[in-house]
Design a protein around this ligand. Sequence first.
Ligand code: URA
Ligand code: SF4
Length: 197
Amino acid sequence: MNQELEKIKQNVIKCTKCDLCKTRTNAVPGKGNFQSDVIFVGEAPGKNEDEHGEPFIGVAGKKLSIALDAAGITRDQVYITNIVKCRPPNNRVPKISEKDTCQEYLEQEISIIKPKIICILGNTVFNSILGGSEIIKFRGKVARKDSQLYFLTIHPAATIYNQKLIDVLKSDIVKLFKLITELKNKKEVMVDIEYSS
Ligand code: URA
Ligand code: SF4
């Protein structure tokens, strides 16, 4: 692992900057390939993640793996993280104050990995990072803010009770990796939504 990322990981593991540290079992640092072209960003760890200290290893994680597989990609090729690194009690949505406090870790992960594109998983993340809502209307689209590209898709957990959505997630992830190939070939990709800070 990259040394700077390892340092962030260690800081996350011992972090006590917000109250979520009081109820967590384990903090859940980001995980994966530091040379990845894409960072997947989820909302917050769930029960399994909290127990094991790894992101997206529960049922939602399985759905993410299935979608990656559809694009011929394995988990170890990409980097996966969350907006907040500790599980909120009973999986409630993270508070604004918790997201704000935890934000520096995500910013550090992004500045080290320098992904070509950041994949936003679901509405909470869409709202936190881009101020958006109704991801279902915007999924499959490319956004840009401050010269960083984002790809918008649904949260893998949304596919658990809605079988139709797994095909949506799969086709979005296939599209994402096509875009990444274009970006690697130095081609411009079409940006659907521009945000400014
Ligand atoms: N859901 C998330 O948003 N993140 C995880 O790590 C697991 C489930
Ligand atoms: Fe620290 Fe983030 Fe965990 Fe809060 S959620 S304790 S800021 S790592």
